[in-house]
Design a protein around this ligand. Structure first.
Ligand code: TMP
Length: 212
């Protein structure tokens, strides 16, 4: 491959994106590809610390603009230390969330100025942009039903009301409409095996195209 391939997974809560990211990484590794599976927020020591602040700290008030800057600070380091070097070595990088999460959650969901989000994002990532993004799409009521009975660490983004999840979903669908070459919407309500097969087929085509 002349250069690596950068694939990201996006979606709301309980959309199944993390399962599919892991699954794709395992399948590609099984086929002998050199894969880096990472996630946001996280992926670096700074990212892990910022994850603690933005997701699990109840006593630190944060508005959407501060959130954009914190997620983007983590992203800048993630790109510099993990994603860009791996791509330069020709590896396949799979990230569970990337900059579309900021546009969808802070922009569409929480009302941060979209032009501001785009400017900060461009500064954070430079030329490093995903080759393909899979948005696992699920109606909020289905996602909520899936989440029931699965308690996990307190996460202030999951306390949001239904209207927020609707805005989030619409934000993702708008992104896909704006960048149809990059962003593929997947019906997250289907069987995980079927979703995995579709993604796999699409990625094989990308790998072929990158070889040419
Ligand atoms: P996850 O571990 O389920 O992917 O959750 C991460 C949470 O962080 C999720 O609620 C979305 C949120 N988030 C943002 O709001 N903006 C971002 O830029 C990123 C990367 C995540």
């Amino acid at each position: 491959m002349r250069r690596g391939l950068f694939i990201t997974f996006e979606g709301g809560e309980a959309s199944g994106k993390s399962v599919q990211a892991k699954r794709l990484a395992a399948a590609l590794e099984h086929d002998g590809h050199d894969v880096v599976l990472t996630r946001e927020p996280g992926g670096t020591p700074l990212g892990d610390r910022i994850r603690e602040i933005v997701l699990h700290t109840k006593d630190v008030p944060l508005g959407p603009e501060a959130d954009v800057l914190l997620f983007s600070a983590a992203r800048a380091q993630h790109v510099r230390d993990v994603i860009r070097p791996a791509l330069a070595q020709g590896r396949i990088v799979i990230s569970d969330r990337f900059f579309d999460s900021t546009a969808a959650y802070q922009g569409a969901g929480h009302g941060a100025d979209p032009a501001g989000v785009a400017a900060v994002t461009a500064f954070a990532v430079g030329e490093t942009r995903p080759d393909r993004t899979y948005v696992l799409d699920l109606p909020p009521e289905v996602a909520m039903r899936r989440r029931q009975g699965k308690p996990r660490a307190w996460d202030r983004f999951e306390a949001g009301e239904r209207a927020f999840h609707e805005r989030l979903r619409e934000g993702y669908l708008r992104l896909a409409a704006t960048e149809p070459q990059r962003v593929v919407v997947i019906d997250g309500g289907r069987e995980p095996d079927a979703i995995g097969r579709d993604i796999r087929r699409d990625v094989e085509a990308l790998i072929e195209a990158a070889r040419r």
